[in-house]
Design a binder for this molecule. Structure first.
Ligand code: S3P
Length: 168
């Protein structure tokens, strides 16, 4: 079996669905944000604040390269902005089967209301920003993905079942 990779916007449920898929297939789950935090010895917010987004984005690419040289099959949940770099999309395709968990802006607001861990969603008109970011990113996510699944209003079990059917 190839690695299973989950991409999508913040709050799409990549880690939650990833956990369920990992359990179902008996595979370990890794999340690129966890790996970055481990490397840096800092939280994502601290990295953005102290080193800047550019350093964070470079670390995302470095983490993908490390995962590519790891022979153990995994479920990999990927930070929402990682697929935006073309180089990363190329690496993702090499790494395994890429699944895009698609969500509407309303789903994101509801899930992430009061969240303080995502530096790109702090302050200002968050609803408008989420809408603009999803509009800008969704064609890129679609381009990066082999399988696209809707996550709005669906349970984790429903999503996992659909993915199992579609991935074989
Ligand atoms: C980001 C998504 C976050 C995290 C960082 C930037 C983004 O990951 O990598 O805050 O640009 O969409 P999640 O998608 O796991 O929230």
């Amino acid at each position: 079996m190839r690695n299973v990779i989950l991409i999508g916007f913040m709050g799409a449920g990549k880690t939650t669905v990833g956990e369920a898929l990992a359990k179902r297939y008996g595979l370990p789950l890794v999340d690129t944000d966890w790996l970055i935090e481990e490397r840096a010895g800092m939280t994502i917010s601290e990295i953005f604040e102290k080193k800047g987004e550019e350093v964070f984005r470079r670390t995302e690419t470095a983490v993908l390269e490390t995962l590519l040289s790891d022979p153990e099959t995994k479920v990999i949940s990927v930070g929402g902005g990682l697929p935006l770099r073309e180089e990363n999309r190329r690496l993702l395709k090499q790494l395994g089967t890429v699944i895009y968990l698609e969500v509407k802006p309303e789903t994101v607001w509801k899930r992430l209301e009061g969240d303080t861990t995502r530096p790109l969603l702090q302050g200002g008109d968050v609803k408008q920003r989420v809408e603009e970011m999803i509009t800008a990113r969704s064609p890129i996510y679609r381009e990066a993905a082999e399988v696209i699944v809707t996550a709005d209003g669906r349970s984790v079990d429903e999503i996992v079942e659909e993915l199992e059917e579609r991935m074989g």
